[in-house]
Design a protein around this ligand. Sequence first.
Ligand code: GBH
Length: 470
Amino acid sequence: MLPSDFEWGFATAAYQVEGAAAQDGRAPSIWDTFSHLEPSRTNGDNGDVACDHYNRYEEDLDLLVKYGAKAYRFSLSWSRIIPLGGRDDPVNEAGIGFYNRLIDSLLARNITPWVTLYHWDLPQALQDRYGGWLDGVESQRDFERYARLCYERFGDRVKRWTTLNEPWNTSVNGYIRCTEPPGRGSNPTIEPWIVGKSLIMAHARAARLYNLEFKPTQVGLIGASLNGDYFEPWDSSDPRDHEAAERRMEFCLGWFANPIMLGQDYPVEMRAQLGHRLPTFTEAEFALLREAEVDFYGVNYYTAQFARHRESSAPDSDYLGNIDEYQENKNGVSIGDLSGIDWLRASPGSFRKHLVRIYNRYKKPIYVTENGCPCPGEVTKEDCVQDTYRQRYLAEHLDALVGAIEDGSEVAGYFAWSLMDNFEWSSGYSVRFGLTHIDYTTLERTPKESALRIRGMIEERTLMEGKRLQ
Ligand code: GBH
């Protein structure tokens, strides 16, 4: 069962919902640039208007009330707050004003704000100035100043912070696969590991700063959200595939979780395979990481896969840990039911194992900061609203979460991705992860059935005065 103080709500990210790309002094981020490239790499779409959440946030917060949410997870647009991004660049008071109104409006509705500092939208000016995350020295100092400003201006009311969302994505999709900005693939055996370290150290500076200078008076919690699929062995009778599955998870979760959650070096599997390509941490950096201790582990979970070991290694494709990924195992059994996007199959059983594995390794309270899916076969708005697939997905993943608690893990919260349909990065508006339907012509919001039912799903699984509510 879920504890009675279980935190739950809905999540979004700034570039995916806000729109108002040039309103009130906001400057472009790398996602503005990337989504305007010709030919398009984002399905012909961009975030100029998105859901226009910037101008319609009151209506959106009313939806949160209607759905019964206790909490709302959103991210701040760095280039709305510091348009040029750098530590000596001017602050945009209009941008701060927007987030002040958003935070105050949440608190007025008794909804807890969960703020992510960085969900992939680096100010373009920093990309131009020094190559963004490729420059670890500059980027971590600029991020620390941005974080300080946010704690100073919002920390009296915001008590739940996450520094980074899914740094793995930024490193791999930005510097190997080129499906995300800056879309560099020119040095894919070296650059992702440099960028990964920059992100880890930027996180560390922001978390240390909070711990030392703000937490004592503001009394909040800080963590980071890491993505990663759970991996099962492709051939369950082959020990090498068991090792491959474990190695694959170390190359995704361990890469960031070892330094961020434990203050330790990268996993041994990474060192063994990548050798000198993987940067090292100095003693001073380890000291910094230890002062940056986090309060929770944010889990973003969508799906699982099978891992199959490889016989030989090729540096230009070994970033997954020298394995091959499959959605079906050796016997042709699927990892789960097909969703509305190719990379996601519903695998709640793996979610339970994922949470337990993470809790046992990192020993931090877990908040599931993202979980959700697009439904298969949607054509009309009615199809979208009657989201039976999503309702089942959410219910089964909540059951898995309860299972992980029964297995001894501390899982303290859950955020459905997403409050509303939104700009799904390289898929543009073609894929709908929302629990609220958005008509992209009129921007009308319509609750889907799942949005109206999720509160009941949570309550059914919640321990109230020692007995189950029905
Ligand atoms: C999250 O990332 C994001 O935080 C959120 O902004 C996003 O909207 C949401 O999920 C839904 O996608 O290259 O085709 O094999 C999810 C993590 C990891 C999902 C990489 C897609 C690989 C797709 N992503 N994954 S593919």
